[in-house]
Design a protein around this ligand. Sequence first.
Ligand SMILES: *Cc1c(COP(=O)(O)O)cnc(C)c1O
Length: 315
Amino acid sequence: MFDSPLGDDVYGEDPSVNRLQELAAEVTGKESALFVSSGTQSNLLAVLSQCDRGDEYIAGQESHTYQFEAGGAAVLGAVQPQPLPFNDRGELDLGQVAATVKPNDFHFAKTKLLCLENTQTGRVLAMDYLADFARLAAKHGLRKHLDGARAFNASVKLSINIKEICAYFDTISICLSKGLAAPVGSVLVGERTTIEKARRLRKMLGGGMRQAGILAAAGIYALENNIERLQLDHENAVNLANNLCSLPGFKLLEEPQTNMVLLDLPQERFLALSAWLAENDVTVSGQRWVLHQDVSGDDVQRIIDLCTLFSSRTA
Ligand SMILES: *Cc1c(COP(=O)(O)O)cnc(C)c1O
């Protein structure tokens, strides 16, 4: 980052940002990419660049795009969200989606865009499902966006090239700052015309950053070095889960597929556990424990040891 060549990215003149964008487009098999400040901004730009005022996007009730982005698409774009529940595989039911796409009638908002999330809370969407999803979208003439904050966790889990996942979507947002371990930033990828619209909207949102190459440099490093190692996070998650679920008084929601261990403890018991962990200098913020580069195998063993002690004292 310190040595990265810098320029003014508002003029498209930052060599490091340009290189990151070229790399992101190449890796995902898309025409174009835009470096943005966050995953939230990236998802917002995806909706705003593909929907107009009075349009609608369909997304999961529990999706980041709908639930965790302060209603940005509705507030800033006058785009109506139509949430639907995810099933326990992290999918939208395609029959339900088809029944929810609005007919062309002036009473209704115009359905324009379908959104999925992969991984969805650590769950990997099956490639067959993505193919069916894309067919449904094509049948109704809809655009497709993937919140791929953790899309590389999915491709690593399936041992496939991420291009295969991205091929089913018009736009994909990928976080550099989650499992890929860069300090800041996301990329939005897609065809050139959409990304150029997103660039204008990014400026409007105040997201045109001048010497952003210092941040892009970390993104380049992440894409070049931190993808294959996601496998280690997945192994750490399995190790943690296997050990926890053998402890009396511990329960998991499901087996981890990628880098998340989902606990399923009564709230009171969870609070007692987190207090015990805090006493031992381990902070947990909820029952979703996410493995990443900065949680080592030794760290995982320490958590297992602490949970074992907690279990033996309280179960
Ligand atoms: C973290 C996350 C985002 C957005 O991330 P920010 O960079 O924090 O805005 C979007 N979608 C999913 C699924 C995420 O986990």
